[in-house]
Write a protein that binds this ligand. Structure first.
Ligand SMILES: NC(=O)c1ccc[n+]([C@@H]2O[C@H](COP(=O)([O-])OP(=O)(O)OC[C@H]3O[C@@H](n4cnc5c(N)ncnc54)[C@H](O)[C@@H]3O)[C@@H](O)[C@H]2O)c1
Ligand SMILES: C[N+](C)(C)CCCC=O
Length: 458
């Protein structure tokens, strides 16, 4: 049974204003002291390791966790733990599985402020955004809980009164490997459908963000999942490879970059394992001059600066119809200047730091390269914060399709603005990318589009 895939469409989420809740943690305080691996229903230290990693609090650059990367033996232990739970879980009815997922969703909702705070500390995104992430996380589990009870096979009438039927059966032990930009949410996207369908899971988060997924593992146990149903191994590429190559893994669900996705597919092919890949993007956002101007500007800001621009489906190639180009660029620059950058745990902060120093350097190199490619380029460095993982907001004026910053995924707060004249021209250019992930259109006309072909219906 395949894991279900989230719709690859930009959703212009309007974050809700949440009630301010009391928090015991502030920036610069949290220090992890517990094991970060999880198997057989509890936190454990790995039985072997392939090196060590450190996780940081991006807003201060402090090390908040030092942990061993799980070796081959520990990966095997986690898979055996999942196998044990699978034997119990696969016998449960959909309704029984649904109850556990609904209870997990309820606990997440109840603990959402604590979870959002931890996500902010380890990832750097503003608490304002992290709350939305946690809300989407429990909604994801609720959604799959809703499907669990109604999954059924088919009955096929055959000649002579015979019949055939199909059953939907779980695969077994599924592996989830996640990225660092939405640590808790990605773990829910993967575990929700896998567990709802009767599978067990071993999950490996990014070594940059090891903290919150272990809280999810504890929540599943508290919700009534059999011990071993959802396990966590920590580590980087080597640990991920042990997981992908393990003979008893039935399926791999991966979220991350295109180069890693390609390696995962290759490893999976050796064991003829099905894979689900959620990879990077360089998505177009097309703004026609007839669109509601304020909506379009706000949409472009969200599609470029959410989570400091570190979002897979961001609309980073912003195509703007030429007659509104100047007005649009001026308005974006004005609004970007007002985005409050700072301590991500403060209520009014809307942008925190990038995930780490290498990511910041990568982003700044793209901006520098863009300046070199176009002499009249307007790069607006609006503001930098004072911590060591500074953020620069850089809407880049009048880019060309052949520029590196337009072709490659930057994964940072950089918006490339590209003028266009006609609908036919922009559809051609929007689709001219090696990535296929999301797309957005602002217009007053009725539109239909998919990730590979954009068609405008009047
Ligand atoms: N499409 C989506 O839904 C989605 C969502 C979030 C992020 N992303 C993409 O993720 C990328 C950013 O995340 P990242 O930097 O963590 O990506 P990444 O590819 O570097 O790492 C992703 C995960 O893969 C692991 N990994 C690395 N090498 C591996 C290997 N050889 N074998 C097995 N596992 C391995 C990492 O440890 C991490 O857990 C961006 O490209 C972004 O667009 C996509
Ligand atoms: C659609 N969300 C909620 C912004 C999540 C996107 C995750 C991709 O990086």
């Amino acid at each position: 049974m395949k894991l279900l895939r989230a719709a690859p469409i930009i959703r212009f989420l309007i974050p809700k204003l949440h009630q301010t809740m009391s928090r015991s943690l502030s920036t610069g305080v949290f220090q992890n002291s517990q094991p970060l691996n999880y198997r057989a229903g509890g936190r454990v230290q790995p039985v072997d390791s392939v090196g060590q990693e450190q996780a940081y609090e991006p807003s201060t650059g402090r090390v908040i966790a030092t942990f061993a990367c799980s070796g081959e033996k520990e990966v095997n232990e986690a898979i055996q733990s999942a196998k044990t739970a699978f034997k119990i879980w696969r016998q449960k009815s959909g309704m029984e599985r649904s109850r556990v997922l609904l209870e997990a969703a309820r606990i997440i909702r109840e603990r959402s402020e604590e979870l959002a705070t931890m996500e902010t500390i380890n990832n750097g995104k503003s608490i304002f955004e992290a709350r939305v992430d946690i809300e989407i996380s429990w909604q994801t589990l609720e959604y799959y809980a809703g499907l669990a009870g109604s999954m059924a096979g088919q009955h096929v009438q055959l000649p002579g009164g015979s019949f055939g039927y199909t059953r939907r059966e779980p695969l077994g032990v599924c592996v989830g490997i996640g990225a660092w930009n939405y640590p808790f949410q990605i773990a829910c996207w993967k575990s929700g459908p896998a567990l709802a369908c009767g599978n067990a899971m071993v999950y490996k988060p990014s070594p940059f963000t090891p903290i919150t997924v272990v809280l999810l593992a504890e929540i599943f146990t508290e919700a009534g999942a059999p011990p071993g149903l959802f396990n966590v191994v920590q580590g980087a590429a080597a640990t991920g490879e042990f997981l992908c190559k393990h003979a008893e893994v039935a399926k791999i669900s991966f979220t991350g970059s295109v180069p890693t996705g390609s390696k995962i597919m290759e490893m999976a092919s050796k064991g003829i394992k099905p894979v689900t890949l959620e990879l990077g993007g360089k998505s177009p956002l097309i703004i026609f001059s007839d669109s509601n101007f304020d909506n379009a500007v706000n949409g472009a800001l969200m599609a470029n600066f959410l989570t400091q621009g570190q979002v897979c489906c961001n609309g980073t190639r912003v195509f703007v119809q030429r007659d509104i180009l100047q007005k649009f660029t001026e308005e974006v620059v004005k609004k970007v200047a007002k985005i409050k950058i700072g301590d991500p745990l403060l209520e009014d902060t809307r942008m925190g730091p990038l995930i780490n120093r290498p990511q910041l350097e990568k982003v700044l190199a793209f901006v520098k390269g863009a300046k070199e490619q176009v002499s009249c380029l307007a790069v607006k460095m609006v503001k930098r914060n004072q911590t060591h993982h500074e953020v620069s907001l850089s809407p880049i004026g009048e880019c060309r399709d052949d520029m590196t910053c337009v072709k490659e995924e930057i994964f940072g707060p950089v918006m490339s603005i590209l003028p266009f004249d006609t609908e036919e021209e922009v559809l051609e250019r929007a689709n001219n990318t090696t990535y296929g992930l999301a797309a957005g259109v602002f217009s007053r006309f009725e539109l239909c589009f998919n990730t590979s072909t954009l068609n405008r219906k009047i």
